[in-house]
Design a protein around this ligand. Structure first.
Ligand code: ADP
Ligand code: ADP
Length: 229
């Protein structure tokens, strides 16, 4: 489970300007949807609507056939994992950081989440600059690795739906390969994945929606979109 459906979703933050002009798409359970497009296209807004940070003025958003307007905030939070853009890393091991705030998570679960975010072999290590008790120098994490810690933290709660909002993240500190590798890894899981990204080169998606000024300009698989060009 974890089917996500947008039905003719119309949204504006304030009265004078429409941001989404009747958006229609469906992500099947365990599928991966990439929403790409220029800055300001409305990618992050889609993520915010899914989390009911805002509600649409018209249309419906359904998860497994149920209108999210009729779902409790509690069950919505259980169904959706959002990876925050900037997560704070504590002066402790990567494993501790992954498990932080998840009381009762076992070591095995933390290891599994680390693997799910392509952080195998990282969990005993410390983030940048800190000395371990054995006098070892800490590990310098790249922006992408820090993001993967945040992903692993979210994976720990095993959400049926995972939202990765990369629409405004600092791309300069992250290589495209890193993003592709992370997506490849997550798509092995039984998780519905929605990723918002400025890059149009996402290959690990079942469908790509190209968003422009709140409308779907193009849609298809990576291959289909390449053929069209
Ligand atoms: P993207 O994620 O594709 O860069 P956003 O969804 O963040 O785009 O923004 C879409 C449009 O909505 C932009 O024109 C942006 O300026 C506007 N917008 C975003 N957040 C707000 C807000 N809180 N209030 C008013 N307008 C907003
Ligand atoms: P939990 O409370 O189990 O950690 P939540 O589902 O409450 O999980 O939140 C998951 C993450 O999403 C948190 O890191 C939080 O900062 C972030 N988050 C919560 N609400 C919003 C929101 N409205 N928009 C964007 N991110 C949010």
């Amino acid at each position: 489970d974890g089917t996500v459906r947008f039905e003719n979703v119309v949204f504006n933050y304030d009265d004078d300007r429409k941001i989404l002009h009747g958006l229609d798409f469906e992500v099947p359970a365990d599928g991966t949807l990439a929403i790409v497009g220029p800055s300001g296209a409305g990618k992050s807004t889609i993520a915010r609507l899914l989390f009911r940070f805002y509600d649409p003025q018209d249309g419906r958003i359904l998860i497994d056939g149920q209108d999210i307007a009729e779902v409790t905030q509690h069950s919505l939070r259980g169904a959706i994992g959002i990876v925050p853009q900037d997560s704070v890393l504590f002066n402790d091991s990567i494993g501790y950081n992954i498990g932080y705030g998840r009381e009762g998570a076992t070591q095995a679960e933390i290891e599994e989440a680390a693997r799910g975010a392509a952080l195998d072999g990282f969990i005993a290590k410390l983030p940048d600059g800190y000395d371990t008790q054995v006098g070892e120098r800490g590990l310098k994490l790249s922006g992408g690795e820090k993001q993967r810690v945040a992903i692993a933290r979210t994976l720990l709660k095993n959400p049926p739906i995972l939202i990765l909002d990369e629409a405004t993240s600092a791309l300069d500190s992250r290589t495209e390969d890193e993003i592709q590798a992370t997506l490849a890894k997550i798509s092995e899981r039984r998780t519905t994945l929605i990723i918002a990204h400025r890059l149009s080169t996402i290959t690990h998606a079942d469908e790509i929606i190209v968003l422009n000024e709140g409308r779907i300009a193009e849609r298809g698989s990576h291959r289909q979109l390449l053929v069209k060009r």
